[in-house]
Design a protein around this ligand. Structure first.
Ligand code: NAP
Length: 254
């Protein structure tokens, strides 16, 4: 880890231990959403896409904000309309819509939901999501997500488990390896950038995931093996936290 990244890591980890249970110290599950300002400018994309956020909390709000700053068209939705409206009010150029509208209007949908909400979300939105690209940042946390998380933690990775809930959906697994606060602070920083491991259902979807992660100011590290590859960077593994892309490749043996 670079000295610069390391200093930030210590600060953020200190923050994380204030807010999070030790086993999940890389996340900051603050409710309600506590804004962490995006620290660096984000360059505009030459290929804007329509991005919908379903679950507009810490991670959905932050990743949605980064996509908006990169010039993508972003709408926020949440089961609690007030959450979506609050995100839209703070991120210029975005709107709050219903979940179905967010999915219908978007090519890429960020599912910023608790892991335990997958069955309900699949039931509600599974048909609408068919053929779309979903970004999955979710991590199983038994304290929050109950039995589903306990089952998930018996498996090497969660990517394939989530895919079972969403047949026919192109899934990108990314943004699960650090806290939303780190993503807000590190996005767009001068080199060395923060590395983000990315796995996906298929090669074409992986290419899109890599492009999107790079566009919002990180160095994407594509992990081969389809969604099975996500086992290399689950929250409880060594790829977790703040690393450069080169460090991540070493850690994950790529
Ligand atoms: N926080 C982090 O730093 C971080 C980092 C990496 C990955 N993650 C992962 O990202 C996921 C979200 O975490 P978070 O911290 O962003 O949680 P959060 O702040 O609580 O946001 C989750 C949002 O999803 C909404 N939601 C719940 N069920 C829903 C449903 N069925 N349909 C639509 N929206 C629904 C929640 O609404 P209500 O307020 O009504 O419950 C809430 O607004 C988790 O799986 C977590 O492991 C988090």
């Amino acid at each position: 880890m670079s000295a610069h990244l390391h200093r930030r890591h210590v600060v953020i980890l200190g923050l994380a231990t204030l807010f999070a249970a030790p086993a999940f110290a890389q996340e900051i599950p603050a409710r309600p959403f506590i804004e962490v300002p995006v620290a660096h400018p984000i360059s505009k994309t030459k290929q804007p896409m329509k991005v919908g956020v379903v679950g507009a909390g810490n991670i959905g709000g932050t990743i949605g904000e980064l996509f908006a700053k990169a010039g993508h068209t972003v709408v926020f939705s949440d089961r609690d309309e007030a959450n979506a409206k609050a995100q839209a009010a703070r991120v210029p150029g975005t709107r709050a819509v219903s979940g179905m509208e967010a999915i219908a209007a978007s090519d890429v949908i960020v599912l910023g939901i608790p892991f335990g909400a997958w069955p309900a979300v699949a039931k509600q939105y599974g048909a609408a999501l068919k053929g779309k690209i979903v970004i999955d940042p979710t991590n199983p946390n038994p304290a929050r997500d109950g039995e589903l998380a306990k089952t998930a933690l018996t498996k090497p990775g969660t990517g394939e488990m989530v895919a079972e809930f969403l047949p026919g959906v192109r899934i990108i697994r990314a943004f699960n390896t650090s806290s939303y606060a780190n993503f807000a602070r590190e996005a767009g920083r001068p080199a060395p950038r923060m590395g983000i491991p990315v796995a996906a259902s298929d090669a074409a979807t992986l290419n899109i995931g890599v492009r999107l992660v790079n566009e919002i100011g990180f160095d994407a590290v594509p992990v081969p093996g389809g969604l099975h590859g996500s086992a290399k960077f689950e929250l409880r593994g060594p790829a977790n936290g703040l690393h450069t892309a080169a460090e991540l490749k070493t850690i994950m043996g790529l």
